[in-house]
Unconditional design. Sequence first.
Length: 243
Amino acid sequence: MHARTFLSTHALLAMLTAATLTSCSAADGRTTAVGDKTTVGDKRPSKSATTRAQLLSKAELRALTFQEADLPEARPGSIPVQDRSAPADGSSFAPASDPDCQKVHDIRHATTASTVVSQVINWKDGIYPGGVTLASYDDGEAERLFAELKRATGSCRTYKGDGWTGAYTSTMKTQKPPEAGDEAVQFREYSTVDAGKRDELSIVVRTGSVIATYVSLEIGRTPTFPTGPISKQSERIRDAQDK
């Protein structure tokens, strides 16, 4: 799958056939993951790091997705889960002008994962949905890909790409990630669209053989994603692999 600034929103909206998006106000109720300190990742010790990470099945990944009680910031009945047995879509786009930026998109969208489950998050106070991708990899592959992700996010800056609305230019900026999983990165991608400044937040967390990606999007405002549920989900993922 090729990089695109508008893919996240398009793919999420396509999954929301039965959900209605509400008008928005400032995301004051969320525990923000925004940080001002620039960093490309954070390594933390893990009990699962000393054992062979278990490859989780689709059913196991679905069981690890957020429940409504986990995300009080989300609209009730509006966090649907979807399996993915193949890359997210079959549309063809030109790759990003910067290979490292393309690498970030490929890993974030789990293009090579053995098993992938996606979840749409419709915020109570947001127009645009957020999303979560849980991707399970063969032993050792998740750690290798995350090393590539940290390197690529440290290199990617401004790039050009091709998306659902045509050609675009996007700028990536890394930030301090939340304390979650074995290692994490956080970055934002900025671009200008007709409606204003587009700001997409991505938080990517590796826990053993699973890479989880959390995305939140706003136009004209700063998106956030609550960090408490991310940390709790990472612990559940760790426990599932340690069984």
